[in-house]
Ligand binder design. Structure first.
Ligand code: ADP
Length: 247
């Protein structure tokens, strides 16, 4: 593949695609982090942008010319630290009282990593976390063997919508009862449609069940889902969702 440019000893992260990402994500520390990950054989090359969000960019990585990876890079400069504090304070797993923005971002990335690990162990359909270092998180790539990422549920409706929603609610139930987490930003943007089966992503803000805001986030999540289902002509009230999800 001509696009693929091996990171050689000079360690370059460049392709026609990732120029579009904008150089602002590759500040010095991010570059150093990527070099370190390359040195430790977590990734060979970055091959273009999958998504450019407000706080993070998701890029496609390649390892050994064969394995695709999702590389999520948080931009420290534009991160919403108030939001991070809101979700992270009160989580017994983290102590971030007196931390710098950089440290807070690292905690945030570790939180997403640990949440994914916990969910994976609970058998939830989500990307497997591979490693986290500073502001970079490497995840299992959800997509086909040609490197096309799965589309979101928002952008790509499944053939059998009722079945998909049924599967989604089953996965969300596992998320809560086996993963013991509340997503906190559950929407059709954060659910991938991978071969007509849901994969739940973006769990950085997800909180443990005994977190003081867990109940509030759960209500917000089901209100969101109910509204989105309604737009798809599927009527499931929040009460019904509460019952189905049993929380
Ligand atoms: P953000 O917090 O910036 O929205 P997300 O984790 O929601 O970051 O990811 C943004 C987008 O990147 C998703 O909508 C999806 O298109 C893509 N993406 C994220 N994780 C993966 C993955 N593991 N495999 C393939 N695509 C992914």
């Amino acid at each position: 593949d001509d696009d693929l440019e091996k990171i050689n000893s000079r360690k370059r992260f460049k392709s026609d695609d990732d120029k579009r990402v904008g150089s602002e994500i590759f500040d010095k520390q991010t570059l150093e982090t990527l070099y370190k990950l390359a040195n430790h054989k977590y990734l060979d090359i970055l091959n273009g942008a999958i998504s450019t969000g407000k706080e993070a960019n998701v890029l496609k990585g390649v390892l050994n010319n064969t394995t695709y990876l999702a590389v999520k890079i948080y931009r420290i400069a534009t991160s919403d630290f108030k939001k991070m504090h809101f979700y992270i304070d009160g989580d017994p797993r983290f102590n971030v009282k007196s931390s710098s923005k950089r440290q807070l971002t690292t905690s945030w990335v570790n939180k997403e990593f640990r949440n994914l690990k916990r969910l994976k162990e609970a058998g939830v359909s989500c990307p497997a976390p591979i490693t986290a270092l500073n502001n970079v998180l490497i995840l299992e790539f959800i997509g086909d063997s040609y490197g096309n990422p799965a589309q979101t549920f928002k952008n790509h409706k499944p053939d059998d919508l009722d079945q998909f929603i049924h599967d989604l609610l089953m996965e969300t139930r596992k998320f809560i009862h086996d993963g013991k987490l509340i997503h906190g930003d559950l929407s059709s943007f954060n659910i991938l449609n991978f071969n007509d089966y849901p994969v739940i992503i973006d769990v950085s803000q997800s909180v443990v069940l005994d977190h003081p805001i867990a109940k509030e986030l759960f209500i917000r999540d089901i209100e969101n889902l109910s509204l989105e289902f309604k737009k798809m002509n599927v009527e499931i009230s929040t009460d019904m969702l509460k019952e189905k999800l049993d929380f």
